[in-house]
Write a protein that binds this ligand. Structure first.
Ligand code: NAD
Length: 341
């Protein structure tokens, strides 16, 4: 089975490509490298001893997409390619809608023209918004997204639903990720943000390795156990396994049509201060931090009910917090500057 992975050179994409290869899938990666390095693909090839067909290109380029699909007999598409920084999306909303929404429409249009009907979409817990009670369940209505990034995910989920109603052969899975962290246990591939990291763990890791002076913890007066925000962190390799499970599920359930959403999380919430402590323990490094004011739009705490993925996909996150921290530190200390530039 041949899979097109858009954004496959990025953080979650590269870990998923690795696992697809070790599970016997053929993989084609399309990535414009706007937030990734080709070195991630080289390392995946080295780790697996298998070849990836890599195409440098943009999902908005319908001509390039058409020739890619004509050249490769693609059975399913896993669609990671997107801009993903929540804060930045409020500053440059048009870029986010253009890249994420318009880019996905281009991809879906070319797929429809060529009758390619299996689609796995990188959605996010952010689609639940602040209105729903925790833990989030897939049956809940989608919320009012608090950022253009979140809105782009809500819009795409809606597009997929409408598309599936118009084309009964179309079969899609929306995987709603909670907070992926960690790295492959080899320490060879991991998260390599350009510029100042937007997510907590890469920031913590860069402070620990001496690249940044201190961490800012946004708010310690939330109604949580220690006053800091709580999130459902899951290991990126568990997340990658969720994608393989989704591909297998689509393949096995040939009678299924439509769109099915699954939460991928551990079902547990961990506070920012607990993350710092766990990271210090795993790395034996100090992570200096200061408490800063709350950030607009941050919710106090959310986590997944991940039972549906367990029951239907046979998936469960198995790696614990210590492993998430140890693997992050191995990647960061082996690659203090990320991939070679
Ligand atoms: N990392 C998270 O915390 C998180 C949480 C929920 C959902 N997601 C979603 O998961 C997906 C992957 O996230 P990630 O953390 O691996 O991000 P990433 O930035 O590491 O990966 C995205 C990849 O897509 C590529 N890309 C972006 N726009 C493109 C375009 N127009 N054409 C071709 N390639 C393009 C980038 O170069 C990059 O390699 C994204 O859709 C993101 O929104 C991420």
């Amino acid at each position: 089975m041949k899979i097109l992975v858009t954004g496959g050179a990025g953080y979650i994409g590269s870990h998923t490509v690795l696992l697809l290869l070790t599970n016997g899938f053929e993989v084609v990666v399309l990535d414009n490298l706007m937030n990734a390095s080709i070195e991630s693909i080289r390392r995946v090839e080295h780790l697996t001893g298998k070849k990836v067909s890599f195409i440098k290109g943009d999902i908005q380029d319908k001509t390039a997409l058409t020739s890619l699909f004509n050249e490769h007999a693609i059975d399913a598409v896993i669609h990671f390619a997107a801009l993903k920084a929540v804060g930045e999306s409020s500053t440059i909303p048009l870029e986010y809608y253009q890249n994420n929404v318009h880019g996905t429409l281009c991809l879906l249009e070319v797929m429809a023209n060529l009758n390619i009907n299996h689609f796995i979409f990188s959605s996010s817990a952010t689609v639940y918004g602040g209105e729903n009670a925790v833990p989030y369940e897939e049956s809940m209505p989608l919320g009012e997204a608090s950022s253009p990034y979140g809105a782009s995910k809500v819009m795409i989920e809606r597009v997929l639903k409408d598309l599936a109603q118009s084309n009964l052969d179309f079969r899609a899975v929306c995987l709603r990720y909670f907070n992926p962290i960690g790295a492959h246990e080899s320490g060879q591939i991991g998260e390599d943000p350009k510029g100042i990291p937007n997510n907590l763990l890469p920031y913590v890791a860069q402070v620990a390795v001496g690249k940044r002076e201190r961490l800012q913890v946004f708010g310690d007066d939330y109604s949580t156990e220690d006053g800091t925000c709580e999130r459902d962190y899951l290991h990126v390799m568990d997340l990658a396994e969720g994608h393989v499970a989704a591909v297998n599920w689509l393949q096995k359930n040939s009678e299924f049509t439509g769109v099915e959403a699954f939460n991928l999380g551990t079902g547990k919430a961990v506070s920012v201060l607990s993350i710092i402590k766990a990271f210090e323990q795993a790395s034996q490094q100090k992570v200096p931090y200061t408490i800063a004011p709350r950030r607009h739009g941050d919710l106090p705490a959310f986590w997944a009910n991940a039972e549906k993925a367990n029951k239907q996909l046979g998936w469960r996150a198995t790696r614990d917090l210590t492993q998430m921290m140890t693997d992050t530190w191995r990647w960061q200390s082996n690659n203090p500057e990320g991939y070679p530039k």
